[in-house]
Design a protein around this ligand. Structure first.
Ligand SMILES: [Fe+2]
Length: 199
């Protein structure tokens, strides 16, 4: 008898944000103005303008975070098959940080390969996207039989992608114009009673 078991560890999940136009009306202008105030370049090997080094309070707006963080994450969690969360079920989550990235189209912008540990979930919302997206995810847990690299090139403006914070990703050279809002969420977990005996 054979058994094939696939650990449900690496994934990304995308959806369209239903309030996208309202968010764009409210926040695009604010971000475009705020970009002019940035002085510090993030400490990454990248060529992207980012607010990562600063806490931008206007990004913690309830309407924004409900629309691009909590509603999509709830939707994602409820869309997994029943047996997907074998052990860990998030019972409480909070935003650790939220920031914007600006790819201005005048240079070949990119970000080196990285992860967002030690957070739980991370996401990227595409507030403005002109050009084919080049975010690429990597799966180092599989051998050559399986795909190890996936370019997120089919997302459109107004979409959000959510992934485990441990998942490696990078942004390949991108010559279009893009403003994205990224976020990290930290969760606490409950070990379901029926699995406790296994520990
Ligand atoms: Fe990232």
């Amino acid at each position: 008898m054979s058994q094939f078991y696939h650990f449900p560890s690496d994934f990304f999940w995308t959806t369209k944000i239903k309030n996208h136009q309202g968010i764009k009306n409210n926040f695009l202008h604010q971000i475009e103005n705020d970009i002019k105030t940035l002085e510090k370049k993030p400490d990454w090997c990248c060529d992207v303008i980012s607010s990562f080094c600063y806490k931008k309070n206007f990004l913690y707006d309830n309407f924004l975070v409900n629309s691009i963080v909590w509603e999509p994450i709830d939707m994602m969690l409820s869309s997994f098959p029943n047996n997907y969360w074998q052990i860990k079920v998030p019972i409480n989550s909070s935003i650790s940080n939220i920031w914007y990235n600006y790819y201005n189209g005048t240079t070949s912008s990119h970000q080196e390969q990285h992860h967002h540990r030690p957070h739980s979930f991370s996401g990227i919302y595409f507030l403005k996207l002109n050009g084919k997206n080049t975010t690429t995810f990597y799966n180092y847990h599989s051998d050559t039989t399986f795909e190890r690299r996936k370019i997120l090139d089919n997302v459109k403006e107004g979409d959000v992608v959510i992934f485990p914070s441990s998942l490696m990703h990078q942004v390949n050279f991108f010559s279009g114009e893009k403003i994205s809002i990224s976020f990290n969420v930290s969760s606490t977990y409950s070990i379901e009673k029926k699995y406790k005996d296994n520990y």
